[in-house]
Design a protein. Structure first.
Length: 68
């Protein structure tokens, strides 16, 4: 019985910490609704200074001056 109570308290604490972190992360942008359209204004980079996505050339199809 005590172990169930202990794990329940730990779970609630972890849930509280996660929700609190999500609220503080949302301060880097604001959301505004104008005439039913939602606009999101970023005030700072969302993932830090370095991009998390990279582009890689895979294949070229056709040519720039194709005859067909």
């Amino acid at each position: 019985m005590k172990t169930k109570l202990f794990f329940s308290i730990i779970l609630l604490f972890a849930l509280f910490v996660e929700c609190n972190q999500q609220e503080t992360e949302q301060t880097s942008y604001t959301v505004e609704t104008i005439e039913g359209v939602k606009y999101i204004h970023n005030h700072a980079p969302q993932w830090g200074e370095e991009a998390k996505v990279e582009l890689e050339f895979v294949q070229k199809i056709g040519a720039l001056e194709a005859t067909e």
